[in-house]
Write a protein that binds this ligand. Structure first.
Ligand SMILES: Nc1ncnc2c1ncn2[C@@H]1O[C@H](COP(=O)(O)OP(=O)(O)OP(=O)(O)O)[C@@H](O)[C@H]1O
Length: 466
C-alpha cells in the first residue's frame, strides 16, 4: 500500500473551501474536501501525513469536541484551524493544533502547512520515549547519564529515606535546588510543604523575620503577626539556598533551631516547636568560608550531616547531549516549534564549551535557539560567538620548545587561563580523533602522546568522540 500525503479541508463557506483546496492541490498535495455528509472521525490511517485544514465554526458545528474525537481515532493528526484572532483562546493548548487567524493569508497557510508536515515527519521518525522507560531521569526532572549523576541519583534516593540535614554544594546552575526538591519529593514528607528561601536575596535585616516570623509591633512595619518559613515548612522541608551569605548573628539563631528544634518569632518570647527537615545549599566553598571565619564551624558541621556535591557540567560532558535533547523537546512543545535538533558540528562545539553557568546557561541557550530558529536544524552559524571558541582553535605548528603557541590575542577583558588552556587542549584532542576517525592510537601519535595518556585524558575530561 502506498503512503501518500492527504489534506482534508472542512469549511461551510464554499468559496474559502475551494480556495484552500485549490491552493493545496496547486502545491502538490492530495486534497479531499469534506462535505456535509463526510465522516470527520473516520480517518484513513494509510495516508501520511494526515492534516485537517478547517474553519473553526464549521468544525465546532460538527461537534464541540471534534478535535478530541479526531485525536482519539488518530493521535498524530495535525489540525490547522482558522478563525477570527480572538477565537484562539477557546482552543485547547496542544502541539497538534495550529491556529491561523482570519482573513486567510495563503503565504501564512503555506508556512503552517510546512510546520505541520515537519511535525508529522518528526513524529514518524522519532517516536517519543515514555518517561517511565527513560533510564536517565530522577523524579522526571533531573537528567544525567554521567557516572557522577548516576551516583547523585543513588545518593538522593538514599538520603530521602532519612530526615538528616543535607548540605548541597556546587557551582551556580548545577541543579542544587532541583536536587533538594527531589529529596523532598522522594521522602515521607512529600505531602507537606517544600519551602525555599534564598538567603542572599533577602536583605539581612528582614531575613530573621522571614525565617521565624514576627509578632505585631515588633519593629516598624510589623503591622500584624506573620508566620515565618520555618512554620510554613512544619513537617515538610525547608530549603535554605545560598546559606553562605547568611550573616553571623543569624547563623547563631539557626544553629539554635537546629539543636533545639524550636524558635521564637521576632518580638516574641514564646518558643515554638517545629519538625522541619533542613536542606541547605551554597555555591560558595563553605570549607573556605569556615577557614576565613565567615561561616561558623559548628553550624557547618550541623548542616553537613550529609554533604552532597554536584559537579560542574564541564566535568560531566556526556550529560550535555542528553540535556540538550531534553530541553529541545521541552521548548519545542512550550513554544510550539519544530526544531529537529542541533547539527553534529554544533553539538560538538557545545560539548567542548566550558559552561560557567552550568545547566542553567545550557537551558537558556537551547530556549533562545529554539525560539529563534522555529524549525529545521540549529547549525554552528546559529550559535552565539562565545560558544564557537573551540572551532577557532586550529592546531598550530609546534614551536621550537615543543610548546603550542596560543593562536588568539588576549582579549582586553582578559581570560580565564585554565579554562582557555583546557578548551584549547580539548579542541586539539577532538581534532586528532576526528582526523583519525576515532582511532586513539593514531590520534595519540598525532599529539605526541602515549596511547594510555590520551585515554586517561579522555576519561579525566569526560571527552567522548561521537
Ligand atoms: N540535571 C538537570 N536536569 C535537568 N535540568 C536541570 C539539571 N540541573 C539543572 N537543571 C535546570 O537548570 C536550572 C538551574 O537549576 P537550579 O536552580 O536547581 O540550580 P542551582 O544550583 O540551585 O543554582 P543557584 O546556585 O544559582 O541557585 C533550572 O532551570 C533547572 O531546572
Amino acid at each position: 500500500m502506498t503512503v501518500k500525503s492527504s489534506f482534508r479541508v472542512l469549511d461551510g463557506d464554499r468559496k474559502t473551501r475551494d480556495l484552500v483546496s485549490a491552493f493545496l492541490t496547486y502545491k502538490g498535495y492530495e486534497t479531499v474536501i469534506l462535505d456535509d455528509n463526510a465522516d470527520l472521525f473516520d480517518t484513513d490511517r494509510t495516508t501520511s501525513p494526515r492534516i485537517l485544514v478547517a474553519d473553526l465554526v464549521s468544525l465546532f458545528a460538527r461537534s464541540g469536541d471534534a478535535l478530541q474525537q479526531i485525536w482519539q481515532t488518530d493521535p498524530e493528526q495535525v489540525a490547522i484551524v482558522y478563525a477570527q484572532s480572538d477565537a484562539a483562546r477557546t482552543l485547547p493548548h496542544d502541539e497538534r493544533l495550529i491556529f491561523l487567524p482570519k482573513p486567510l493569508n495563503l503565504d501564512e497557510l503555506e508556512s503552517v502547512v510546512m510546520r505541520a508536515l515537519e511535525y508529522q515527519a518528526l513524529k514518524v521518525r522519532m517516536p517519543e520515549q515514555p518517561v517511565d522507560e527513560y533510564p536517565h531521569f530522577l523524579c522526571s526532572t533531573i537528567i544525567g547519564r554521567s557516572r557522577q549523576m548516576l551516583n547523585l541519583f543513588e545518593m538522593i534516593e538514599k538520603v530521602a529515606e532519612s530526615s538528616a540535614t543535607v548540605l548541597i554544594q556546587g557551582e551556580s546552575g548545577t541543579g542544587k535546588e532541583l536536587a533538594a526538591r527531589a529529596i523532598h519529593q522522594l521522602s515521607s514528607r512529600s505531602s507537606k510543604n517544600f519551602v525555599p528561601v534564598n538567603c542572599a536575596a533577602i536583605p539581612d535585616d528582614l531575613l530573621e523575620s522571614e525565617l521565624f516570623g514576627h509578632v505585631k509591633g515588633s519593629f516598624t512595619g510589623a503591622y500584624a503577626n506573620r508566620i515565618g518559613r520555618f512554620e510554613m515548612a512544619d513537617k515538610g522541608t525547608l530549603f535554605l539556598d545560598e546559606i553562605g551569605d547568611m550573616k553571623a548573628t543569624l547563623q547563631v539563631k539557626l544553629l539554635r533551631v537546629l539543636q533545639a528544634k524550636e524558635f521564637e518569632p521576632v518580638g516574641s518570647t514564646r518558643s515554638q516547636k517545629v519538625d522541619v527537615r533542613i536542606i541547605a545549599a551554597s555555591n560558595k566553598n563553605l570549607d573556605e568560608q569556615v577557614a576565613t571565619r565567615d561561616f561558623r564551624e559548628d553550624l557547618y558541621y550541623r548542616l553537613s550531616v550529609i554533604p552532597i556535591t554536584i559537579p560542574p557540567l564541564r566535568d560531566r560532558r556526556e550529560d550535555i547531549p542528553l540535556l540538550i535533547n531534553h530541553f529541545q523537546g521541552q521548548f519545542n512543545r512550550d513554544r510550539r516549534r519544530l526544531v529537529k535538533g542541533f547539527t553534529r558540528e554544533a553539538l560538538e562545539m557545545l560539548c567542548n564549551y566550558d559552561w560557567p553557568g552550568n545547566v542553567r546557561e545550557l537551558e537558556n541557550l537551547v530556549e533562545r535557539m529554539i525560539t529563534m530558529k522555529e524549525s529545521g536544524f540549529i547549525t554552528v552559524d546559529d550559535l552565539p560567538e562565545k560558544y564557537l571558541a573551540p572551532r577557532t582553535v586550529v592546531a598550530p605548528p609546534l614551536s621550537v620548545s615543543g610548546s603550542v603557541p596560543v593562536g588568539k590575542e588576549l582579549p582586553p577583558e582578559g581570560i580565564c587561563l585554565n579554562s582557555a588552556v583546557d578548551a584549547f587542549e580539548n579542541g586539539l584532542i577532538m581534532q586528532a580523533l576526528h582526523r583519525t576517525g576515532g582511532n586513539k592510537k593514531e590520534a595519540a601519535a598525532l599529539l605526541n602522546l602515549k596511547r594510555t595518556t590520551l585515554i586517561e585524558k579522555l576519561k579525566k575530561k569526560n571527552l567522548q568522540f561521537p
